[in-house]
Ligand binder design. Sequence first.
Ligand SMILES: Cc1ncc(C[n+]2csc(CCOP(=O)(O)OP(=O)(O)O)c2C)c(N)n1
Ligand SMILES: [Mg+2]
Length: 396
Amino acid sequence: MALLRRLVSSSSSSSSSSALLRPILTSPLSRPFSSDQTLTIETSVPFTGHKIEPPSRSVDTSPAELLSFFRDMSLMRRMEIAADSLYKAKLIRGFCHLYDGQEAAAVGMEAAITKKDSIITAYRDHCTFLARGGTLVEAFAELMGRRNGCSDGKGGSMHFYKKDARFYGGHGIVGAQVPLGCGVAFAHKYLKEGAVTFALYGDGAANQGQLFEALNISALWDLPVILICENNHYGMGTAEWRAAKSPAYYKRGDYVPGLKVDGMDVLAVKQACKFAKEHALANGPIILEMDTYRYHGHSMSDPGSTYRTRDEISGVRQERDPIERVRKLILAHELATASELKDTEKEVRKEVDDAIAQAKESPMPDPSELFTNVYVKGFGVESFGADRKEVKAVLP
Ligand SMILES: Cc1ncc(C[n+]2csc(CCOP(=O)(O)OP(=O)(O)O)c2C)c(N)n1
Ligand SMILES: [Mg+2]
């Protein structure tokens, strides 16, 4: 049972509030807390460190932050479930990897950092985009290949971007985003920005050679990069024990410190990311392994039930679900009633439905856009034959 201490302090929580925050406290005076009061909550599982002393399990939060966590994660869950339906209705085509189950990682990370910091991830990217301040309309329009999408409808599910919030995608080649993230961290250091990069990858990607190469140079140059291994225990249909000699991913950096984190506990994620950011700015890279779970199959072509049991999935839902964990905390501390939380879920549902309707109104990209934003503007690209002598085509 999580330990909650009520502090008398009326100062607001030290973390930045979420981009999606909409307080749902309707009558704060009837509540035992004011919305910005500091609450200190202990994580249910301790952190485990590798070559580093782990941070405290006591996490500072506030009623407003817990309510925003509930709302944000519910919105993400609803978005992913709606994307599943749109895919089945053939309104979304191509690849589509859903994030439901893993929401605490995206939301907790965002609560610990600012938009000066950068994030780069793989193809399971819808919720990270939302957490960075992207809108539901941009997300659904992108999924449906429409012009109002966050990548002008040309990237689809795997290639969400939000450059103004330093979200650099959205990458399909397993592990390839990690060296890119280390490069972004190099830029932060070179430009003396005091910012860090969070480079996310999966347990399957953790076995990729390029990760170790990028980590070596990042450690050598003390780059402010945080490698986050979102360990959902499967790489497509392969369980981690079939793919990894050592599934202790937080230790896999050898000489680089690491931390194992309960990735289903949004407060633990927030604490770990705050700690990692401070560490990375002062000392260079650190690995965070987030122990998490995906409810859906790997992608829409995977029912997700042939390589794991239904009991395993329902067990995680019952015991570790990140949204239910926050709901219980809110109810236990009377920050909102069960019916107010249900109302929030109804609001979220409507918000998602409205966004889908709006996204459907967006036109498809114009055929003249086929090559724009693919190659550097103005450079033009020449396509050669195999002998590099004969120019086959000149692209805009
Ligand atoms: C270099 C490369 N190899 C193989 C693939 C095919 N592939 C796509 S996702 C995936 C599994 C990755 O699993 P993990 O890193 O655990 O991420 P998760 O899907 O669980 O989030 C594989 C093998 C690919 N996209 N790129
Ligand atoms: Mg995985």
